[in-house]
Design a protein around this ligand. Structure first.
Ligand code: NAP
Length: 249
């Protein structure tokens, strides 16, 4: 039995990841604010094991309890061969010059894109340190960490922080018993609500909005399903975790 913990499963890439993981050899723990009823129904129809944990990851101090509950549940399972965590939940706003960003928006952005994955990683490593099973973590980052644009400072900074965090934990896990393999991954540009959000920002707030509209119109965005397939191929590959940053799928 393989256990998967996936955040941001109510739509987009996370939903596609969870859907692909519905299989009788897997148990999938889903986290997002909104329960994805379609996934829950599909799991029941397929007799697949899916457990949904509605949670607002911006409430950072709730994450300890959430992870304790999930890891306790995994430990109660018989014959767990591996545990994978995919930190996929993310948010884009505020997309505007920094002088106009509200403090609450900046706190939310860094909480969801950086602090929540850090806390989930910390709890996962701490709570499973005695478990001699294959353990992997994937942090879904973004090319925006490296290729900077005006008005995306919060998102880019949080994702760049996530990359540094993955690299640090990769180093830390080299010489410990029962290590966790970890990497930050740039998934490409995908046709999800997040891209729709970029396209809806005004030109005054985001001077590059037209380029994003054109990319979508030219059919340059990948589907969430194809992206999820590639992410899982990478996560489950033999060489996963050798490089702590994967910039291309
Ligand atoms: N789409 C792209 O082109 C692209 C490019 C590069 C990187 N990425 C990265 O890929 C990941 C997935 O993005 P996507 O395009 O699939 O975005 P999306 O369609 O907007 O989905 C975002 C997911 O994150 C969850 N989420 C947001 N805020 C949350 C919160 N406070 N608590 C818990 N869950 C929360 C959402 O669920 P709820 O709203 O129900 O909570 C949703 O399931 C993100 O990390 C994003 O940065 C995307």
């Amino acid at each position: 039995m393989k256990a998967f913990i996936v955040t941001g499963t109510s739509r987009g890439i996370g939903e596609a990841l969870a859907e692909l993981l519905l299989h009788r050899d897997n148990i999938v723990y889903c986290i997002s604010r909104t329960t994805n009823e379609r996934l829950v129904k599909q799991a029941a129809q397929q007799n697949a094991r899916l457990r949904y944990y509605p949670c607002d990851l911006s409430k950072l101090t709730d994450i300890d309890g959430l992870m304790e509950t999930i890891i306790r549940s995994i430990k109660q399972e018989h014959s767990i061969a591996s545990i994978c965590v995919i930190n996929n939940a993310g948010m884009l706003p505020p997309v505007m010059p920094i002088g106009q960003c509200e403090t609450e928006q900046m706190i939310d952005n860094v909480s969801i894109n950086l602090l929540a994955p850090m806390i989930i990683t910390s709890r996962f490593i701490g709570l499973t340190k005695e478990m001699a099973v294959d353990k992997r973590m994937m942090n879904v980052s973004s090319g925006s960490a490296k290729y900077l644009l005006p008005s995306q400072s919060c998102y880019s900074t949080a994702k760049a922080g996530l990359d540094s965090f993955s690299k640090s934990i990769h180093l830390e896990q080299q010489n410990v018993p029962n290590p966790v393999k970890i990497a930050s991954v740039y998934p490409g540009m995908i046709d999800t609500q997040m891209q729709a959000e970029i396209r809806s920002v005004s030109k005054e707030n985001f001077p590059f909005v037209e380029q994003f509209i054109q990319l979508a119109q030219a059919g340059m965005l990948e589907t969430a399903e194809k992206t999820a397939k590639k992410l899982l191929q990478l996560l489950l590959s033999e060489s996963y975790g050798q490089a702590p940053l994967v910039e291309e799928l």
